[in-house]
Design a protein. Structure first.
Lengths: 95, 217
């Protein structure tokens, strides 16, 4: 079982966690575990088009920031993960 | 404006200090708090916009495991009436003030209005007990449109008012306005003419809108 508590590795934030912080993808943070773990799964074989991202996260409700920044954070993480080496992928996506 | 004279703040993205704990699952919310001997409350709410409560039977719910107390409107009626200070400063004329009890006693006024509260060892047991409360409702006509609500004969939100009108405001003339320069007077009648203005008010919510954030030790 992997939860948000297990995303960071070796004292370093997971690219998803960093993306949410960089892009203001959270405000109160209550829904953040849901977004991060949903996107963790999605990032294993992501598509970059926004409608697909929005469909993927449609099961998570945010009532502070809305979804624009969440989508931007997802895009940043997708880009970053696409450029990863096999070793980096294995490190950040153990499951 | 700058921070310590160095970095300009305006137009700069400032990283939030709280994000680190929130993206690592270290956030703490009201429902995470656990206090010694803590109990949790759940509320039974009306499915009707307007209904008379003919009868409430809490006996089966009271017998459920973990249930500590159940209160209905009748149980708490002695704590009312609570008078809401709805008065808006500097509006001419008299503003009516709604009066209510902590839980409505025999009539609910909106879908979601309180009917009963269950206090139990935890919220799950409280929720289970909620489902065992038997309420006999007599649905009554409801009004959903503000202008229909103001019309004569409309179903009443506060029966003691006689209508649903909070206050009447007479047009204020220019001369009357200049005599009271601080008053809020949107209805200004130009000489020989008339002005109309429509307001809208969002919702009926005398208590706080987020009462879930309460923990009592």
């Amino acid at each position: 079982v992997l939860t948000i508590e297990g995303l960071a590795a070796g004292g370093e934030l997971h690219p998803l966690q960093r993306a949410f912080r960089d892009k203001h993808g959270l405000q109160c943070g209550f829904c953040t575990p849901g977004f991060l773990m949903t996107l963790y799964d999605y990032l294993k074989k992501p598509e970059v088009d926004e409608p697909t991202i929005r469909h993927e996260i449609s099961g998570v409700l945010c009532r502070c920031t809305g979804y624009v920044h969440v989508v931007e954070a997802a895009k940043q993480a997708i880009e970053e993960c696409a450029a990863m080496s096999a070793d980096e992928r294995a490190r950040w996506f153990p499951l | 404006v700058s921070a310590g004279g160095a970095r300009p703040w305006v137009g700069t993205s400032v990283p939030r200090k709280e994000d680190l704990r929130l993206v690592t699952g270290e956030g703490q919310y009201v429902s995470d708090l656990v206090l010694p001997f803590m109990l949790e409350a759940q509320f039974l709410r009306s499915p009707y916009a307007h209904a008379r409560i003919r009868r409430i039977d809490v006996s089966a719910a009271k017998a459920m495991p973990g249930v500590v107390a159940i209160r209905t409107g009748a149980d708490l009626a002695h704590l009312g009436p609570i008078l809401t200070d709805l008065s808006t400063p500097k509006l001419p004329g008299e503003t009516k003030r709604p009066s209510f009890t902590p839980i409505p006693v025999d009539e609910v006024g909106y879908a979601g209005d309180l009917v009963a509260v269950v206090v139990a060892k935890n919220r799950y047991l409280a929720e289970d007990a909620l489902r065992r409360i038997e309420v006999d409702y007599e649905p009554l006509p409801a009004v959903l449109d503000p202008e229909a609500a103001a019309a004569p004969g409309a179903p009443l939100v506060y029966p003691e008012w006689g209508d649903n009108v909070v206050y009447h405001q007479a047009p204020v003339t220019r001369s009357a306005r200049s005599a009271t320069p601080t008053s809020c007077s949107p209805n200004v009648s130009p000489a020989g003419g008339a002005a109309r203005r429509r307001w809208s008010r969002a919702r009926r919510s005398p208590p706080g809108t987020r009462p879930t954030g309460s923990r009592c030790g």
